[in-house]
Ligand binder design. Structure first.
Ligand code: ZN
Length: 182
């Protein structure tokens, strides 16, 4: 586990790509069928499928460095433990095509993916309290708008996420603890 200072968090968040991270931080191993390209609508660098990918196929492995604080390119796996992500997995409120896999912390495909699909997951299925919250403008009917972390959802939204998305093992535990206290 790597403990980051606030200064290091700030420096990492200022980088555009995980390939610019210092070598002391390991980034996840990617499926060779995915790559990075610029998404014209946002100008951001995103992961996309270079060829067909089957449902449940691994997109990236959970073999990256563990850090003690969230950064832009991380996802939470335990209280105070975050994994460096691949960068370029965008948030999607309604129809994400990837999710974190229970038990492994790999990201896997939710369904069969065509060639040239951008890869997304719902950040609220892994993040309890985000370092970089943002206003989502996806326009979907069930858009979460201010995406800040699972912690900030109201009771109805928490239940909706729990029932309709694949929550990480960490957030499942949190949700079950939370429901006991209602
Ligand atoms: Zn949205």
């Amino acid at each position: 586990m790597i403990n980051l200072s606030d200064k290091q968090v700030e420096q990492l968040n200022s980088l555009k790509k995980v390939s610019e991270f210092p070598s002391s931080l390991k980034t996840p191993t990617l499926n060779t069928k995915v790559g990075y390209k610029v998404r014209n609508t946002t100008g951001g660098v995103c992961l996309f499928t270079k060829e067909l990918i089957n449902k449940n196929e691994v997109i990236c492995f959970g073999d990256s460095s563990k850090i003690d604080k969230p950064i832009i390119y991380s996802h939470q796996i335990e209280e105070n433990i975050h994994l460096i992500g691949p960068g370029g997995l965008d948030h999607n409120c309604q129809n994400p095509n990837c999710r974190i896999e229970s038990g492994t912390n790999n990201f896997i495909a939710i369904r069969d993916l065509k060639k040239d699909e951008f890869l997304t997951f719902n950040y609220l299925t892994t993040e309890f309290d985000m370092n970089n919250s943002f206003l989502c403008s996806c326009g979907e009917a069930r858009c979460f708008k201010n995406v800040k972390g699972f912690k900030y959802l109201n009771d109805i939204e928490k239940e909706y996420i729990y029932n309709n998305f694949y929550l990480s093992d960490f957030l499942k535990k949190k949700y079950i603890d939370f429901s006991k206290n209602i």
